[in-house]
Design a protein. Structure first.
Length: 101
């Protein structure tokens, strides 16, 4: 079995399915919040100003994850370090592209 943090042997990396659980929990929280007429914990967390600000750049980070993966030589890094470096470079490139373009 392959660790999902490892580089793929061929083709672009994909892990969008990992977000299904996050959004599923958010939808359940929204439903409960609506029934109780009060904001839930996940509503408050997702409305945090940091996440709201980061949302402006999330599409750029998402679109640039594959080009970033192939542009930067991550091969010599351990998988955990590679994953963190990929995350940082995707977001930095997403911020730059969003602000410049």
């Amino acid at each position: 079995s392959r660790n999902f943090l490892q580089l793929p042997e061929e083709g672009p990396p994909h892990a969008d399915f990992l977000l299904c659980a996050v959004w599923g929990l958010h939808m359940m929280s929204c439903s409960l919040s609506q029934d109780l007429k009060a904001p839930g914990i996940t509503d408050s967390l997702l409305a945090h100003p940091f996440l709201v600000e980061a949302a402006k750049y999330s599409y750029g980070a998402y679109i640039l994850q594959v080009p970033t993966r192939y542009a930067i030589p991550f091969g010599s890094m351990p998988p955990g370090v590679w994953w963190l470096a990929q995350l940082v470079f995707c977001w930095l490139s997403g911020i730059v592209v969003t602000k410049v373009l």
